[in-house]
Ligand binder design. Sequence first.
Ligand code: G5P
Length: 242
Amino acid sequence: MAKLFRTAIMGPPGSGKGTISKRIAQNVGLQYLSSGHFLREGIAANTDAGVLVKGYVERSMLVPDHLMSRLMLPRLEQLTGHSWLLDGFPRTIAQAKALNDICQMDLVISLNIPFETLRERVSDRWIHPASGRVYNMGFNPPQVQGRDDVTGEPLIQHADDRPEALQARLRHYKDVAKPVMNLYKKSVLLSNAEAASKPLGSLSQGILYQFSGTDTDRIWPYISSLLSTKISTQPLDTCQPS
Ligand code: G5P
């Protein structure tokens, strides 16, 4: 029977969660689930859940835990038997505990990016609101300035990406992320080599890996190598990213 691999990526707004998740999904083939994407999808389709969460997402405030769990957990329950990567969930200790109740995580990646870098990235960020596609004028610019590559529609900037708003969002992120990180790192953080020698699934805690730096392209090889070490030589039971 193929092994399952359950992982999540955490980090403040603009830390590169989405960019790195897409690389992981492409390279490792894990099913990729982004909480931000599901929220924006519900809002665009005007679903009941979308209406409830719209005000929070538009103001970059955390959506209440019970709504997030209702959005994410059924999707994960449908993926029993598949390996996956969560981007942006869990964000709070209540979400992490709800997730623990339905499955055991194998690995949690946390991105630790300096504030000045986040500020520069976010102020250069342009978004295609309908799809959530994200561009950065220096790092991954659109083919035509101000236009989405796929639809050609105009790109926008979020008001909440201005520096004062970003600073408040980061403070809030740190407050809520700390207990989540403590839950996953609990006791001693194992080195890559120590952790790699233990069978997957035997570590209910000590599964947090933190990566620091200013460039996604420099962090990525470390994450890629960690994943290769952690994912056993057995083929994963995966499905393609949707
Ligand atoms: P999201 O969608 O999870 P955020 O705010 O956490 O959104 P965000 O801002 O989308 O995260 P990210 O995914 O961490 O950032 O980073 P990214 O998009 O990959 O990169 C940011 C920018 O930097 C991009 O322009 C990228 O091209 C560029 N970039 C990346 N790497 C580099 C680099 O090395 N150099 C340079 N120059 N640029 C780079 O959540 C949205 C909202 O949904 C709600 C909240 O309201 C949230 O605000 N929400 C939840 N609420 C409660 N609980 C949850 N679990 C929730 N999940 C979502």
